[in-house]
Ligand binder design. Structure first.
Ligand code: PEP
Ligand code: MN
Length: 337
């Protein structure tokens, strides 16, 4: 930490600050300039008590961090890319992974039809919400455990591992019993107790970015998963809330190279929630591939016009198959498989 002192302090006032720095476990190094004295407090900022409280001292002008607040998710901690493996599918490796399926699990026919079609087109993970975070309590809330059972059935039929949202700590054990990857939704991205519960199941965790979440906050939310002994974390950019109305959310592709630089964890793009429009999914995917995303999470429905949630952004089965073909040269150009 760097502590800038106010000018014209007496030696006694200065000594009190230095004593406090030492008391908190740091070694102070005093640098005297012409107009100001600056103190470098040497020590691991993440292990010692915070010096930020010094901001409240009358002798102190400002306190600045030197180290980043995230540790286990950071590239410094793990210079190589980390990968997440579930039932033989590797996310974060050379293969650009496709996770596809309906926004919500609605019925056995709807799910089976979708699962078979996306598997045939080349998806290797099946998505489907059984517990849905809906803005209104009067909207379809998901089939709950019945939906999880259908997902397990679809996995059995197609061999695709499944990703589904964990909405509440109370469901952690139950959802983990069925799911291969736990999705933490945008609305829960800073629900720290939920993140801890998800981590403790030992299942891989896909952490969406919150609607108004800074990248630093997102990285720190991910830190909760790794700090709870679960190394299988993926970040998922799904758009943030802005003033724009052409799109449901503003898909922030700039997070891809930033998260890649800051963290070793894979990054996934959700172009479906990202724009809220099926007609934008292909363009968003192309951009995401070019920028280095490791996977995409995409909504597909046999009849989007009759979907019980997010109809406007879901691709039809044919639309999805077409997209898979259209993206091939982009994936190859990005040096991925
Ligand atoms: C979803 O994937 O259907 C979903 C609800 O996502 P998000 O949490 O990003 O809104
Ligand atoms: Mn959705």
């Amino acid at each position: 930490m760097i502590i800038v002192l106010k000018p014209n302090l007496s030696r006694k006032e200065e000594a009190a600050v230095l004593a406090e720095i030492k008391r908190l476990g740091y070694t102070p190094h005093v640098m005297r300039g012409v107009a100001r004295t600056v103190v470098g407090a040497i020590g691991d900022e993440r292990e010692h008590a915070s010096l930020e409280a010094l901001n409240a001292w009358p002798q102190v002008e400002s306190v600045m961090r030197v180290q980043k607040r995230h540790k286990l998710v950071s590239r410094e901690a793990h210079p190589q890319n980390s990968t997440v493996t579930t039932r033989g599918v590797v996310i974060g490796g050379p293969k650009f992974v496709v996770m596809a399926g309906p926004c919500s699990v609605e019925s056995e026919t709807q799910l089976m039809k979708t699962a078979e079609a996306v598997a045939k087109a080349g998806a290797t993970v099946l998505r489907g919400g059984a517990f849905k975070p809906r803005t209104s309590p009067y909207e379809f809330q998901g089939l709950g455990e019945k939906g999880l059972k259908l997902l397990a059935k679809a996995r059995k039929a197609t061999g695709l591992p499944i990703i589904t949202e964990l909405l509440s700590e109370d469901h952690a054990e139950m959802v983990a019993e069925y799911a291969d990857i736990l999705q933490i939704g945008a609305r829960n991205a800073q629900n720290f107790q939920l993140l801890i519960a998800a981590a403790k199941t030992g299942k891989p965790v896909l952490l969406k970015r919150g609607l108004a979440m800074k990248i630093e906050e997102w990285l720190l939310a991910g830190e909760y998963v790794l700090a709870n002994n679960n190394r299988d974390l993926m970040f998922c950019e799904r758009g943030i809330r802005t003033f724009e109305t052409y799109t449901r959310n503003t898909l922030d592709l700039s997070t891809i190279p930033i998260v890649k630089r800051e963290s070793h964890c894979p990054i996934v793009i959700d172009p479906s929630q990202g724009g809220g429009r099926a007609d934008l999914v292909a363009s968003f995917c192309k951009g995401a591939i070019a920028m280095g995303a490791d996977a995409r999470l995409i909504e597909v429905h046999p009849n989007p016009a009759e979907a019980w949630s997010d109809g406007a952004q879901q691709l039809s089965l044919e639309g999805f198959a077409q997209l898979m073909g259209e993206l091939k040269p982009f994936i190859a150009a990005a040096g991925r498989e």
